[in-house]
Design a protein around this ligand. Structure first.
Ligand SMILES: Nc1ncnc2c1ncn2[C@@H]1O[C@H](COP(=O)(O)OP(=O)(O)OP(=O)(O)O)[C@@H](O)[C@H]1O
Length: 441
């Protein structure tokens, strides 16, 4: 990797605010930044054109990036950035895989246009735009490439659907969920994906090993709903989807990737930075001539995040859900009677009574069993999902409306105190519990 020379402008320290600097970017290079862990970073595009993960930077407007954020400012034709000189690290790189990424985008654009032109044809496949799935190990840049492809498509006026199957981090909503949302505008580099009306299913854990059967069921449920939406909406159908996946690619992780490719009927598999995975997938999918498996280079800028960083990021995501990115939301604390709420977890417990099993067989846990949860102090600090289900038997197949966070349990008075994003009654009394917790720091 080549490290270009950042041009340092005059330092302009005012009071205790950090000094400023200017960084000149040559064409097809990028400025890679890790924001300081304690301070946010202000910067602006002084001249030229540049984009952050596929979204164009506005000229001259100051942008503020939160602590710990890692990102790159890429320019196709050259740009100058003015920024505070207080980052954890920042450097310029002139070797990036952006040309190969934008070439993929161009191929997808062609397929979208062909699909649009075929809307109304008897052949349903012809009117279906590309269904792209991005796969690879952890920290390969999957979420970043997904965002770029979506933002470039949105810039051309398409409304592609973003599907996030990564329960570890969660780009659309909280960790522990799989979700989908249409992307109507290039994704805001600071705010991320708008949380307006995503379709969210609650898995409840940040690794699928806890209950892989449930994960598969939820993936299938989400795919079926999107299939129905596409059937009635030629515009979304032609725009297609971009599916982000987990970095878990061995054993069960690989099986779940194949399951996702199959369930969403992916037509393009983008493999980031792993020859072995790419050849395994090519082999596994060779019977499906309509599926293209394409290997792409991982960007040298992708930052590895250790488990501690990931845990902090998950915590941060939950805080953001309730309080907003810059403390601009006002969550509401409510009190409910134990009897007003029905909390369930999915999986566990014996599948059938031992007496009903053949002699010698052990009862095994049923991964899809709905288990009522007794309210006790163990629920403190748990983040629960509020189901859209109106009846108990709909819970397994229902998506969720949002989340609450349990802040107090009063056993003698049988009262539960929780924080919700807004005041008023919950949309349903059915709550789902997993292992998602949050401790306010
Ligand atoms: N070119 C780049 N320059 C600087 N930072 C980058 C660049 N590309 C990606 N990053 C950052 O690197 C981190 C990891 O990237 P990303 O989230 O896309 O990886 P991932 O493969 O989706 O990871 P995981 O599967 O583990 O969730 C992110 O914080 C992202 O913003």
């Amino acid at each position: 990797m080549a490290y270009g020379g950042a041009t340092l402008g005059p330092a302009a320290a005012v009071g205790s605010s950090p000094a400023m600097k200017q960084v000149k970017l040559e064409k097809e290079s990028e400025l890679r930044i890790e924001v300081n862990v304690n301070n946010s970073l202000r910067l602006r595009l002084l001249n030229g054109t540049a984009e952050i993960f596929g979204t164009e930077m506005p000229p001259e407007n100051w942008l503020t990036f939160p602590p710990r954020m890692k990102f790159a400012i890429f320019t196709w034709y050259g740009a100058t950035i003015e920024m505070q000189d207080n980052t954890e690290t920042d450097y310029v790189a002139d070797e990036t895989p952006m040309i190969s990424y934008v070439n993929v985008h161009a191929v997808l654009e062609g397929r979208r246009s062909r699909a649009k032109a075929s809307a109304g044809d008897a052949d349903a496949d012809a009117s279906q735009g590309p269904r792209v799935i991005v796969v690879g190990p952890t920290d390969a840049g999957k979420s970043t490439l997904s965002k770029m492809l979506l933002s470039w498509a949105a810039k051309q006026g398409w409304k592609p659907t973003f599907v996030d199957l990564d329960i570890g981090q969660g780009s659309i909503t909280l960790p522990g969920c799989i979700a989908a949302t249409p992307i109507e505008m290039p994704i805001d580099p600071v705010e991320g994906i708008p949380l307006e009306m995503p379709l969210v299913y609650f898995f409840g854990h940040n690794t699928p090993t806890v209950n892989a059967d449930l994960y598969r069921v939820l993936v299938k449920e989400l795919a079926q709903i999107l299939e129905r939406q596409f059937a009635g909406n030629a515009e979304s159908r032609a725009a297609g989807m971009v599916i982000n996946t987990m970095g878990f690619i061995d054993g069960l992780g690989y099986d779940l990737l194949l399951h996702a490719i199959d369930t969403f009927q992916a037509t393009v598999v983008l493999v980031l930075g792993q020859d072995k995975l790419c050849s395994m997938l090519k082999d596994a999918l060779k019977q499906k001539p309509k599926v293209d498996v394409v290997k792409l280079q991982k960007s040298g800028g992708v930052v590895s995040r250790n488990s501690k960083f990931r845990a902090v990021a998950r915590n941060q995501r939950i805080r953001e859900y309730f309080y907003g990115l810059s403390n601009d939301l006002s969550p509401h604390s409510s009190i409910a009677n134990f009897s007003d709420l029905a909390i369930y977890k999915i999986g566990g417990g014996p599948q059938a009574p031992a007496s009903a099993l053949p002699i010698g067989a052990q009862p095994v846990a049923d991964p899809m069993r709905l288990v009522p949860v007794n309210i006790n102090r163990d629920l403190l600090n748990l983040v629960l999902a509020v189901s859209f289900a109106k009846e108990q038997d709909q819970i397994l197949s229902s998506n969720i409306a949002g989340f609450i966070w349990i802040t107090d349990i009063d056993i003698p008075r049988k009262k539960i105190t929780y924080l919700a994003p807004s005041p008023g009654e919950l949309p349903s009394k059915f709550l789902l519990m997993g292992s998602l917790t949050w401790i306010e720091t």
